[in-house]
Design a protein around this ligand. Structure first.
Ligand code: MN3
Length: 209
């Protein structure tokens, strides 16, 4: 099997009280695992595609046979998005970014608080399921949202946006419903307490290098 579930970089209860342990167990162990199982199933009959990296698949979905393209888009997207998401969070995290990322956020959005309000709004106004992203596109920071498991790697024609994501937040109900029920806005506000800014800064540096 080419694609495997990455281990969480912390315990399932490490993000308490902002994200509860049961949500993390189900989200990582069941939802993320299911995306991987279904991706592997979709690729099982194509040896060439099986050896392609996940990024290579998602950035060139047009080269994936039409019969499995939707399955690769949804499940490959789900695998990439969740692998990225776990690493963006951590215990004893939160606060604010510093250095070049902080300066770029202030330049693009006015202030860190304005940036947070804009990202929360992108997550809140995403109808149904999806993600809100901070990305670098042509050297500039942008906030976008995508439906389902689409992401900016898939490009404008597929996902409606393009660029290198440096932060993303899952706004599917499975990410917050056990603790926050219908209160997506409360989940988004709490989520800032678990953001691992040094990791976001590394993504920013890689995307602007
Ligand atoms: Mn999810």
């Amino acid at each position: 099997m080419p694609h495997l579930l990455p281990a969480l970089p912390y315990a399932t209860d490490a993000l308490e009280p902002y994200i509860d342990a049961l949500t993390m167990e189900i989200h990582h162990g069941k939802h993320h695992q299911a995306y991987i199982d279904n991706l592997n199933k979709a690729l099982a009959d194509d040896a060439a595609l099986e050896t392609k990296s996940l990024e290579a698949l998602l950035t060139d979905l047009g080269s994936v046979p039409e019969s499995i393209r939707t399955a690769v888009r949804n499940n490959g997207g789900g695998h990439w998005n969740h692998s990225f998401f776990w690493e963006l969070m951590g215990p004893n995290a939160g606060g604010a970014p510093d250095g070049a990322l902080a300066a770029a956020i202030n330049e693009a959005f006015g202030s860190f608080d304005d940036f947070k309000a804009k990202l929360e709004a992108a997550g809140l106004t995403r109808f149904g399921s999806g993600w809100a992203w901070l990305l670098v596109n042509a050297g500039r920071l942008e906030i976008v949202s995508t439906a389902n498991q689409d992401n900016p790697l898939m490009g404008k024609a597929v996902a409606g946006c393009e660029g290198h994501p440096i932060l993303g937040v899952d706004v599917w109900e499975h990410a917050y419903y056990l603790k926050y029920q219908n209160r997506r806005g409360d989940y988004l506000k709490a989520w800032w307490n678990v953001v691992n800014w040094p990791v976001v800064s590394e993504h920013f540096a890689a995307a602007t290098r």
